[in-house]
Design a protein around this ligand. Structure first.
Ligand code: FAD
Length: 292
């Protein structure tokens, strides 16, 4: 099923993100975790992609298994910046062969070995090139891309970031998923600006439940997200008590999601990080809101 068909229903729903294993040894435990999340019947599940391509096979294996065994629509991520044209072409054929219709087209973070090298020699410099390639290779793909309510860390200003985002959507994106954020007002301001810029596709907010204190630093470093005082106070108070921190982090994410639903968002994507217990707790907190 194409994700756009789900979004068109305008039904309050949750989707979950999982990541593939890095090697064969971890495959079974990751597969099990993703199956436990699939049993929660999310609207869809996304499976991330290792930027260097190392986990590319597992992305499709996991996505295919969730779709075939649990009937949950899947979204396979694909990155391009550290890949050659031939590799990307092959990955696209693999996605088609796996029967996956939904693809998240990403640039990926620039690997250290490419930093400072001549960009004109790279096969890909931005996600828009991958969107175009996916669109040309299969008119039927439902293509998504990333967007950044607090601007992408490489962008010098939001106006420019939104200009390039519009270019990416016009190249053939059917929806956008946001980077994590911890203050919903940042998302509402962003929505206002992108709608004004003529971007009309569905926006799927991404919410990251922070369930341990170490995760905060990592997540913020990676995303550059603003951490509100309300959230900092919670980490200060409960950060040293793992069970309490987990409960508080789940409550904070739930609160963000309820506010998003109350303000017109219908599908929220949860960065569930292969943690079925966290996904289930959030799902249960919302059982009367999204239905059992
Ligand atoms: P782009 O859209 O190319 O944007 C990157 C920067 O370039 C921005 O500053 C943008 O404004 C600018 N830009 C865009 N187009 C142009 C242009 N034509 N000319 C000049 N500047 C331009 N990473 C992974 O490795 N695997 C994953 O599975 C993965 N999943 C993700 C899912 C989501 C929802 C998000 C938000 C991020 C994900 N990432 C993933 C991280 C992502 O790869 C990085 O954030 C990366 O740095 C940018 O990717 P992008 O697709 O947004 O790039």
């Amino acid at each position: 099923m194409k994700l756009t068909e789900i979004f068109e229903k305008n039904k309050l729903s949750l989707s979950f993100e999982v990541f593939p294993p890095k090697n064969d040894t971890a495959f079974e435990s990751v597969k099990h975790a993703t199956e436990e999340i699939a049993k929660l019947k999310p609207s869809f599940m996304s499976v991330t992609y290792g930027a260097g391509g190392g986990t590319s096979k597992y992305t499709l294996d996991i996505a295919k298994n969730i779709k075939q065994t649990y009937g949950v629509p899947t979204l396979a991520h694909l990155t391009c910046v550290s890949s050659t044209k031939d590799t990307v072409k092959q990955r696209i054929e693999d996605i088609k062969a796996a029967g996956i219709e939904n693809v998240m087209a990403l640039r990926g973070d620039i690997p250290s070995e490419l930093e400072g090298t001549d960009r004109s020699k790279w096969d890909y410099t931005h996600a828009v090139e991958l969107v175009r390639e996916l669109r040309e290779s299969c008119a039927d793909f439902c293509i998504g891309a990333a967007c950044y309510p607090e601007i992408h860390p490489e962008s010098s200003n939001q106006r420019e970031d939104i200009k390039y985002l519009k270019e990416k959507v016009d190249a053939g994106c059917a929806f956008l998923t946001t980077q994590m954020f911890f203050d919903n007002n940042l998302l509402y301001n962003f929505l206002y600006k992108i709608r004004e810029a003529g971007i009309t596709v569905p926006i799927i907010p991404g919410i990251m439940p922070i369930t341990n204190a170490n995760q905060v630093e990592r997540a913020v470093k990676l995303s550059g997200s603003f951490v509100p005082q309300r959230f900092k106070a919670l980490v200060d108070k409960f950060g040293d008590t793992p069970d309490a921190m987990k409960q508080a982090g789940i409550a904070y994410a739930t609160d963000q999601i309820i506010d998003l639903f109350a303000n017109g968002i219908t599908n929220v994507h949860v960065y569930s990080m292969n943690k079925p217990d966290v996904a289930e707790a959030i799902r249960n907190n919302l059982s009367d809101i999204i239905g059992k």
